[in-house]
Design a protein. Structure first.
Length: 222
């Protein structure tokens, strides 16, 4: 994430995206929440690619600061903030949000469905018979859950997903238009949009070999 320094009045003095180690910019993280006015577009037109080969909005801010334009910062330290650059950080943020969720059922819940703790169910979602849901859980709009599905705590199912017969989801985020049609297990995972699992597919945090699950982050295995 970017680092920003503010003056005594709270205006931005400097902002650097992903500063190199040892560069003394400030101790405030850029949370990435902005309110723009039209002056930004002139700065965007002058923005060149960064050393990472990207057009970065923070470089546009730097151009505005050099021109003497005022960018007012807002201190969010009294609120929850989390870096979500890594998958497990996104799961941590998801847990924080779901801990504050309120129970609400806007869809159709068939007979013989068990719902425990706080669960949000969006409109046009159908929870089919035999399904067991343990909150906190968020289920968005237009989903089909079951029959006989098991949704465990801290699961977030976005919109237009299908969690089918005998499928289980635990502490995971399933983005929109994703299908776990039958006999699937998804645990401690983030599944992107429009993913279609084959029957019996399992995604878990424990390998069958008993070794650690590893990921490649910025070219390094961790």
């Amino acid at each position: 994430f970017g680092i920003i320094s503010l003056d005594e009045q709270g205006y931005a003095k400097e902002i650097v995206e992903k500063p190199i180690k040892g560069l003394n910019v400030g101790n405030l993280a850029n949370a990435g929440i902005y309110i723009f006015n039209s002056k930004l577009f002139d700065a965007i037109d002058q923005t060149k690619k960064s050393i990472r080969g990207e057009y970065e909005i923070t470089d546009s801010f730097a151009i505005m600061i050099k021109k003497g334009l005022k960018i007012l910062g807002y201190d969010l330290s009294q609120f929850f903030w989390s870096d979500i650059g890594l998958p497990w950080q996104l799961l941590d943020a998801n847990k924080f949000i779901l801990d504050k969720i309120e129970a609400e059922i806007n869809g159709i819940v068939e007979d013989n469905v068990i719902i425990k703790n706080k669960v949000f169910i969006g409109k046009d979602t159908r929870i089919m018979s035999g399904t067991y849901i343990e909150g906190p859980v968020y289920i968005g709009e237009g989903n089909k859950i079951g029959p006989n599905a098991h949704i465990r705590p801290y699961s977030c199912i976005c919109n237009n997903c299908h969690i089918g017969n005998s499928s289980e989801v635990k502490n995971s985020i399933a983005m929109s238009n994703t299908n776990f049609p039958h006999f699937n297990y998804v645990g401690d995972s983030i599944i992107g949009e429009k993913v279609n699992f084959g029957a019996g597919t399992k995604i878990a945090n424990i390998k069958l070999t008993g070794t650690s699950v590893k990921m490649i982050v910025e070219g390094k295995i961790i």
